[in-house]
Design a protein. Sequence first.
Lengths: 321, 307
Amino acid sequence: MTVQQTVSPLPGQGASGANRVDTQPPPPQGMWSELFSFRDNRLGVMLIVPSLLALILVQFYPIVYNFWLILTSEKGEWIGLANLSRLTRDTIFHGALIFSLKMGVVVVPMCLLVGLGLALLVHSDYAGRKAIWISILIIPLMVSEIVAGMMWKIMYHPTLGLVNVPLAALGIEPIIWLVKADTAFIALCVVEIWRISPLAFLLLYAGLNQVPRDIYEAAAVDGATRWRAFWDMTLPYIRPMFAIATILVFVWSTRTIGTIAATTQGGPGRATWNLSWYIYGMSFQRLKPHYASAAVLVMLLMTYIAGTIFVRYLWVERRSR
Amino acid sequence: MGQTEARATAVRETAETETVPQPVEMAVQERRFNLRKLLVVIVLYLAAFWTLVPMYWVAISSIKSLRDLAHIPPRFFPTDPRLDAWVTIFERRILENVYNSLVVATLATVICLIIAVPAAYAATRMRLPFKFVAIVVGLMGLVALLPPIASAIPLFLLGSDLGIIDEKYTLIILYTVLNTAFAVWVLRGTFMDVPMDVEEAALMDGDTRFGAVRRILLPLIFPSLFSIAILLFIFNWNEYIIALYFVNSMKTMTLPIAIQAQIPQHELDWGVVSAAGTIAVFPVLVAAFTLQRFLVRGLTFGVASGQ
């Protein structure tokens, strides 16, 4: 609002536009480089170099170095693909991979459902103060994963915890959640849904806000039911955001490490090892960083494949309409 | 004039009933209105309860007496509040961890913005000589998907070779560079939303480029900049995986690692770890309610610009 005030009294705003027109057409908005016709290459490079160095240091260097690590043994000798072939025979790794995928299969749809439901509710006209609802509902996003895990460890605690209280009211025997493999899986899924569904909520809410309102009025005139309006108009509109939400939720749920560190520590036995926990355990606790790098490669591939699939089937389809 | 008024009333009516006024439907709408609103609000309250209850539970556990902690079924309100756990946690020098987290998160945020703002400016406002630089900036949007644990091992080995493990400045450098790509990507979206004409006009009027940036562009993008800064600070404040590899001693221990160290594997000290958790969540809760406008904007921004 102060912004407008600083801008509007500027003289020559229209004039500069007029001057420019006869030499060249106005540049298209949103393009990268054609925005300004000034030639200042050297300054531009100087401004961008620090970020480029940061990108190289933390993203490209590690990926390249990762391949080097995979191809060498812990003593630094060249061993070719031995690390990878060992990984394919490693049952602990299989367990971790399956656990990650299982968790993704449960957590991703649940987060999207919860997120979409809450986004629709907050977006509806019945929700009063939207800003307050939003800031309450996104709080889990701002809690560190280790703190989230710690909170839920207390919630699941057989005597301290709250989770068993409603179950006891229903006459169910108190469950010691984190001690058995199957209940620990359910417990971890619930923690992840608590932690990650606000992300889906936020993204889908942003998507809903981009849907133009007048199409609903048009649909109401045509006699469309609410359900049809939602199915045929809202969903196609938020489809790109839905794709982004799916990818991010999947990535977040597979990279989880803090919640496991706080709750089960991978136990009982190795029942709750996921990929991240495996990589951490192998590299840091067992001091086999070269071998763990092979698992990192698998994780990167998984992210890449999932991203490609989601983009192809969720995002692109709308573009072709 | 009369026509405009009529249209205004029509618009108002539409806004009130939220459908095109049709007599029969309006009657139905009228009857169902309250029930529907009630349902929506109830579900939202349940969602808020579900979101907040772990935090309430942790905060309440930190002031429960030992008798209350052992009570079955657990009490929703403490009958005999004690501060023992808080005394213990301060005796365990949690304030040093808070200090470490504050220093690391603040400096990393500031340095990250100092690096990222010029880069985003150059990427949107200048003609860059190499196409590949533009491509690299585009790639920055993608790297947000890479799990931090993928970079952790190579960086850890590099850090051990250089002998800079367990130093605060190492954490600051790493947090800075880990967030730079994200910050540039989001800032690029912010800068593209500001029309060029304004700055061009200032330049035509004889202002220097730096003057145009300082007087025109920065005030325009300040709210977004502030949102992004808050977001980066929260990322850094919560960062766990890199710290797991790079923190070895009390000298560098940030709050998330300190909390992990407090989690008992056996039946002791639940009050103490609850107190530590409360300390970690408190600033975030304060931020959520005082800075909600900026926060929601910052959180949505990254994605909106990613499209």
